[in-house]
Design a protein around this ligand. Structure first.
Ligand code: VG1
Ligand code: CO
Length: 544
């Protein structure tokens, strides 16, 4: 007989799930009762767990193992019928999404702070996904937020830890715990989507690739799929063992944090193809020999060549991108004659479009791409997509990009992040620009004329829900654009994100450095926002 204990507690008002779940310092999540209070708020916010089936896994970061045991005990106490958990409490975000869908679960918990560093001094996070496999939509995160403010007690079973190291079943009170291999179902899905034989032949023919798992969750997936199944030689996957502090690294697949891979790809004797993924396996970075592919361009290339892939051979129903993502995708959609949706930042906004069959492919400038195969962005899926295209076309990454720009023009693009900015300074900066949006059109700043300005609001075409305050946009003459928004995933002060873009058609200027190509727009953005003066920063912390 398992005892259920009711622990009286205080509301933890204001613990609002951000762009991607609730993300805090690990030390905050480890404060006595904090995780329990939040998990109980999730259960309360979704109307309880009685008789429900949940999927549970995480990215292997510090506290992942202990947090998973707490979630299991609390799910049992709440009357859940079954929890399907990845072996050793590991599941990449896309693999969790797939399991929720394929097993008809009611939802899932992913323990991850994604690309944020892990460890006792790093970050931890909890994401709740709904029954379509996607991140909880705003209506659900609002209900969870409300529940945090009303909390008076949580319930937990008093039991020993469940051994999650072996695939099989266990019982926790009346609840079934099913421990599954985290990779096999996901791998089977990938094999259905892509032409594995063609990719295998490409690799057997001497095509060389490198995949950097950044000490995070994609290691086991990449070893199994790229090396063991597709025949890439051992050593293709680097940093492939998930570690609690990600090898003291920052599991964010961009040229700054994946520098070792970048150096190899830009050096002599570089492989043909390089890629990396983030902490929870939903992001991707794509690099060719001597050429980095921006995520916005990658999304456009996948859309343009989607019919190379068996699962998309019939064409795409439509595509979608987050608002700050470059408009390279729009140009492809126009050429294909399909719809192109613009959504707020965060994967939850793609869910309805995918469910309704309006979009097949989605993406974000932050290195997330995905399709209707799951309801999350998917790092390894994007890598396999690229390999399938390269195998089918016989082109190199560089040749493919040159051909793409020659056909559609090149959307020069960069994102400048200012991290750990004083929250009051950041809020005031955004508020002041917001207040001036109406008067900007017609004005000239740093030599560039403003043609339009607004604050992005999204009305969901499927359920009509409205999301306001999703970023400030300023359009410039000649097709340039400046976007400013505050990050919803940081855990220290505020992170200001400035997104800069310009379309280039001149064949003589297709290979400029994006920072140079965008210099005038970068200057105009600084004049418009007063960013360097107000924050005292002379340069961004990260440029991607
Ligand atoms: C960032 C990215 C956004 C992404 C989110 C979650 O959000 O900009 O595109 O969806 O992270 O990604 P923000 O609010 O900090 O800009 V992940 O890999 O955490 O699931
Ligand atoms: Co992620």
């Amino acid at each position: 007989m398992t005892t259920i204990t009711t622990v009286a507690t205080q509301p933890i008002a204001g613990q609002k799930p951000g762009t991607s779940g609730l993300r805090k310092k690990t030390s905050v999540f480890m404060t006595p009762h904090y995780l329990e209070n939040y998990i109980q708020s999730v259960w309360n916010g979704i109307g309880g767990l009685k008789g429900k089936t949940l999927v549970l896994g995480g990215d292997g970061r510090y506290f992942n193992d202990r947090a998973a045991q707490v979630v299991l005990r609390m799910a049992a106490a709440a009357g859940a019928a079954r929890v399907i958990v990845g072996q050793n409490a590991l599941l990449s975000t896309p693999a969790a999404s797939h399991l929720i869908r394929s097993r008809g679960a009611d939802g899932g918990i992913v323990l991850s702070a994604s690309h944020n560093p892990g460890g006792p001094d790093g970050d931890f996070g909890v994401k709740y996904n709904v029954s379509n496999g996607g991140p909880a939509p705003e209506s659900v995160t609002d209900a969870i937020l409300e529940a945090t403010g009303k909390l008076t007690a949580y319930q937990i079973c008093e039991t020993a830890d469940i051994d999650l190291s072996r695939v099989g079943s266990a019982a926790l009170g009346d609840m079934q715990v099913e421990i599954v291999d985290p990779v096999s179902d996901y791998q089977a899905l990938m094999a259905q989507i892509f032409d594995f034989d063609k990719i295998r032949a490409l690799i057997a023919g001497g095509f060389r690739l490198r995949f950097d798992a950044m000490h995070a969750v994609t290691g086991p997936y990449a070893h199994q799929i790229l090396e063991k199944t597709l025949g890439a030689p051992a050593g293709t996957v680097i940093n492939g063992a998930p570690s609690p502090d990600f090898g003291q690294g920052h599991p964010d697949p961009n040229p700054i944090w994946a520098k070792t891979l970048m150096d190899e790809m830009m050096g002599e004797n570089a492989p043909d193809f390089g890629a990396a993924s983030d902490g929870d396996g939903d992001r991707n970075m794509i690099v060719g020999r001597g050429i980095y592919v921006t995520p916005s361009d990658s999304l456009a290339v996948l859309a343009a060549h989607a019919t190379c892939v068996p699962a998309y051979a019939g064409g795409l129903a439509g595509v979608a991108r987050s608002m700050p993502t470059s408009r390279a995708l729009d140009r492809v959609a126009e050429a294909l004659g399909i719809g192109c949706y613009e959504t707020p930042t965060g994967w939850k906004y793609f869910g309805n479009l995918l469910d309704a069959g309006r979009a097949t492919l989605c993406g974000e400038e932050s290195a997330g791409t995905g399709s209707d195969h799951v309801r999350e962005k998917d790092g390894l899926w994007a890598v396999l997509f690229w390999l399938n295209i390269l195998a089918e076309t016989g082109l190199s990454v560089g040749e493919l990009m040159q051909a793409h720009w020659a056909r559609f023009g090149r959307n020069y693009y960069t994102r400048h992040d200012y991290e750990a900015v004083d929250s009051d300074v950041a809020d005031a900066l955004v508020a002041d620009l917001r207040a001036r949006l109406g008067e900007l059109p017609g004005q000239t700043h740093a030599g560039l004329k403003v043609t339009g300005a607004d604050e992005f609001a999204y009305s969901d075409p499927v359920d009509g829900s409205l999301s306001r305050g999703q970023g400030l946009r300023v359009d410039l003459e000649g097709g340039g654009r400046i976007v400013l928004r505050l990050s919803g995933t940081g855990t220290e002060g505020a992170t200001l994100r400035l997104y800069l873009e310009r379309l280039e058609h001149d064949p003589g200027h297709m290979n400029d450095d994006p920072q140079d190509a965008l210099a005038a727009i970068i200057r105009a953005a600084d004049v418009l926002t007063g960013l360097s003066e107000r924050t005292g920063r002379s340069a961004p912390d990260v440029r991607t």
